[in-house]
Design a protein around this ligand. Structure first.
Ligand SMILES: *Cc1c(COP(=O)(O)O)cnc(C)c1O
Length: 408
C-alpha cells in the first residue's frame, strides 16, 4: 500500500491504489467479492427475530446444503474459519482425546496447534508440505490402535499454504478398512464452493468451511456440516462449549432463526452468493476452477518455474504455489520482493509463502468470482513482474494459458 502505516485506510484508497482500474486480489482468500454480493450486503439490517428474517434464514439453510453435498444441517456462525475448527472439536470431543492429524502445510499445523490449546492430544503425521494426505499412513496408524483411543481423524482438503489437495474419499476408505470408529473431520475452508465436495457420500462427520474463499463473501462466516454420528458424539462430548454449541443453533434454525444475533448483512450476501453458484451450476463452477488451474500451471511451466505441489493428482483447483528460481549461489530470488513489486506496479496482491515457505514461494489464487480475462490479467501481472524484478524465466506463460483456454 502506498499510504503511511498510521493513516486511516479510506475506501477510495483501497479501490484505487495505483491509478485507475480494479485492484486484483489474487491471494487464495479472501477472494474477490462480486458486485452482486456487495450490493446484496448493502441493505438495512433487519430484526433478526422478525418474520422477514425467518424467510432469509430458511432459504439460506436449504440452499447451502448442496454446496456441502449434504442433506443434514449446516451450522453457520459469525466467525472465521478458525472458529469453525474450534466448533467442530468442542462439540464432539473430550479433554485428553487423541486426534490423528496430518502435516500437509501451515493450515494443518495451525489446526493441530488449536487442538493442543483445547487440551486434546494430537498425533501429527509429518509431511513435506508438497504432497497431500497419504491414506496408507492413516490406515497404518488406526490399525495400530486396538484400544480405539483415537477419537477423530482431522485432515485439510485443500491446503491453502501449498496448493495441494487431499482425496477425502480415500481417507474414509482407509478408516473403514481399519474398521475404526473415529470421527472424520475435514477442513475445506478454501475448497468449499470451488472444489466438488460430498460430505454425505464421503462419510465425513464434520466439515469445516469459511465464507471468504470459494463462497465469494467477505470474511466473517464459519460453517460446520455435520453427520448423524457427529450429532450423537456431541451428546457425550465433555470439552467446555457454549457459543459454539450445535444443539441450540439447530433448534433455532428449524424456524429460520439463530439463538444469538447472526451476521445479518453477511447472510444477505450469502443468499446472493448461493444464488450465483446455483445459477452457474455447481458442476460448472468446479469445472471452471479446474480449467483456470490448468491454464495457470501451463503458464508456470512455460515460465520454466516449479510448482510446489509434486503430485499432479493433488494439484489444487483453487491456487497454485510457485517456487522462485535459485541464483548461482544457491539462494532463491526473493518471492516477497517480487510480490511487493507486483503490488506497487500492477496493483495486484499475490499470496505470500507461509511459515517455512516464506521468501521462496508465492501463491496465485484463481478462485471464486473469476473468469478467463481475470486469469489472463493475473498471469500478465505475474509475467510482467518476473521481468521487472529480474527473475530469470522464459517468456510465453500468458500465451500458453491463452492457447489452452482458447481450445478448452
Ligand atoms: C483460510 C484458511 C483457514 C483459516 O481460516 P480463518 O478464516 O483465517 O480463520 C484454515 N484452513 C484453511 C485450509 C484455510 O484456507
Amino acid at each position: 500500500m502506498t499510504k503511511s502505516d498510521n493513516s486511516p485506510i479510506h475506501a477510495s484508497t483501497l479501490l484505487n491504489r495505483t491509478g485507475q482500474g480494479r485492484h486484483f486480489l489474487q491471494i487464495p482468500g479472501p477472494s474477490n467479492t462480486p458486485d452482486r454480493v456487495l450490493r446484496a450486503i448493502d441493505f438495512p439490517t433487519i430484526d433478526h427475530r422478525g418474520p422477514e428474517f425467518a424467510n432469509l434464514g430458511l432459504r439460506i439453510l436449504q440452499a447451502i446444503k448442496p454446496v456441502f453435498g449434504t442433506t443434514n444441517p449446516v451450522i453457520i456462525y459469525p466467525g472465521s474459519g478458525t472458529g469453525a475448527w474450534e466448533a467442530a472439536m468442542v462439540n464432539t470431543l473430550s479433554p485428553g482425546d487423541r486426534v490423528l492429524m496430518v502435516e500437509t502445510g501451515q493450515f494443518a499445523t495451525q489446526w493441530k496447534n488449536l487442538a493442543q490449546k483445547l487440551q486434546l492430544q494430537p498425533e501429527f503425521i509429518s509431511g513435506d508440505w508438497r504432497t497431500g494426505v497419504n491414506p496408507a499412513d492413516i490406515h497404518a496408524r488406526l490399525a495400530a490402535d486396538p484400544e480405539r483411543e483415537i477419537k477423530a481423524v482431522c485432515v485439510v482438503h485443500n491446503e491453502t499454504s501449498t496448493g495441494v489437495t487431499s482425496d477425502i474419499a480415500s481417507v474414509r476408505a482407509a478408516m473403514d478398512a481399519a474398521k475404526h470408529p473415529a470421527l472424520l473431520m475435514v477442513d475445506t475452508i478454501s475448497g468449499i464452493g470451488s472444489i466438488a465436495y460430498a460430505h454425505d457420500q464421503w462419510g465425513v462427520d464434520v466439515t469445516i468451511a469459511g465464507s471468504q474463499k470459494g463462497l465469494m463473501l467477505p470474511p466473517g462466516l464459519g460453517f460446520n456440516a455435520i453427520s448423524d454420528k457427529a450429532i450423537e458424539a456431541s451428546k457425550h462430548a465433555k470439552l467446555p462449549n457454549a457459543y459454539w454449541r450445535w444443539d441450540e443453533i439447530i433448534a433455532a434454525n428449524r424456524n429460520g432463526y439463530w439463538p444469538t444475533t447472526p451476521a445479518t448483512n453477511l447472510l444477505y450476501g450469502l443468499a446472493e452468493a448461493l444464488d450465483m453458484l446455483h445459477e452457474e451450476g455447481l458442476h460448472n463452477v468446479f469445472e471452471r476452477h479446474q480449467r483456470h488451474a490448468q491454464a495457470t500451471r501451463l503458464a508456470v511451466q512455460a515460465w520454466g518455474l516449479e510448482i510446489l505441489c509434486t503430485n499432479p493428482d493433488q494439484y489444487s483447483p483453487v491456487l497454485t504455489a510457485v517456487v522462485m528460481p535459485k541464483r548461482a549461489d544457491g539462494t532463491y530470488y526473493d518471492a516477497d520482493a517480487f510480490r511487493k513489486l507486483v503490488l506497487g506496479r500492477y496493483n495486484m496482491s499475490l499470496g505470500t509463502g507461509l511459515n517455512k515457505l516464506q521468501g521462496w514461494v508465492f501463491r496465485i489464487g484463481h478462485l471464486g468470482h473469476f473468469n478467463d480475462l481475470m486469469l489472463i490479467g493475473t498471469l500478465g501481472g505475474v509475467e510482467m513482474g518476473l521481468a521487472a524484478a529480474g527473475v530469470p524465466h522464459q517468456r510465453g506463460g500468458v500465451q500458453a494459458a491463452i492457447d489452452y483456454l482458447a481450445k478448452s
